[in-house]
Ligand binder design. Structure first.
Ligand SMILES: C[S@@+](CC[C@H](N)C(=O)[O-])C[C@H]1O[C@@H](n2cnc3c(N)ncnc32)[C@H](O)[C@@H]1O
Length: 198
């Protein structure tokens, strides 16, 4: 293994360790937890946390500037139960201590990666859906929205094939609030999946 590769592995392990400490400090004592993956500027989760003051909400995103903007929004509104965290999804999923589980997970307008050779980069993958069952409580739901038809069909297909999740066609979208990317779109499709009882 090259030295550069070993260094990258070491830095990743350090980031994961820091994320574990953050989760323990900020989420371990919460009674109800909600996660937004790829929260961008935090528009949606800020509105959701305002409407649901008893739920502890955390939004993660890769981009530092977006997390900073989102954090400013939460602080201005004095929403102490709302936190934004700069984290890459796979590192966050690896870092989460087993006792920290979410009651609801949002994914709104994730990058569609439209080219076939890039589909492997889509966040919705069998391994992600398996891990999602581990990091959620028994009655949890997964709320997904996209403007991209092919990504919507991909997500439906993956959820249908996943033993841990079932799409609930009758479930209502928990809160209508326009996210930053939604504002740019003419139309979108949503689904709510619930955890399958075992
Ligand atoms: C198209 S934007 C949507 C942002 C927001 N949900 C909205 O509706 O306005 C997708 C977001 O996902 C974030 N993202 C992409 N890949 C990610 C990853 N692996 N881990 C965490 N965030 C990621 C991007 O930085 C970006 O902010």
């Amino acid at each position: 293994m090259s030295e550069g590769y070993l260094q990258a592995l070491k830095l990743r392990a350090e980031r994961v360790e820091r994320l574990t400490s953050w989760c323990t400090e900020h989420l371990a004592s919460a009674e109800s937890r909600v996660l937004e993956i790829g929260c961008g500027h935090g528009h949606f989760l800020t509105a959701y946390a305002t409407a649901n003051p008893k739920q502890n909400c955390v939004g993660i995103d890769l981009v530092t500037k977006r997390i900073e903007k989102a954090t400013t929004k939460a602080e201005k509104r004095n929403l102490t139960q709302l936190k934004f965290l700069k984290a890459e999804l796979s590192e966050f999923l690896e870092a989460l201590p087993p006792e920290i589980q979410f009651d609801r997970v949002f994914m709104l307008f994730p990058d569609p990666w439209p080219k076939k050779r890039h589909h492997k980069n889509r966040m919705i993958q069998p391994a992600f859906l398996r891990r999602l069952t581990e990091i959620t409580t028994p009655k949890a739901d997964f709320c997904f929205r996209t403007d991209h038809e092919d990504l919507f069909a991909w997500t439906v297909e993956h959820l249908e094939q996943s033993p841990g999740w079932a799409i609930n066609a009758n479930a209502e979208w928990p809160l209508e609030e326009t996210s930053f990317f939604q504002e740019l779109m003419d139309s979108w499709r949503s689904l709510v999946a619930v955890k399958v009882k075992r």
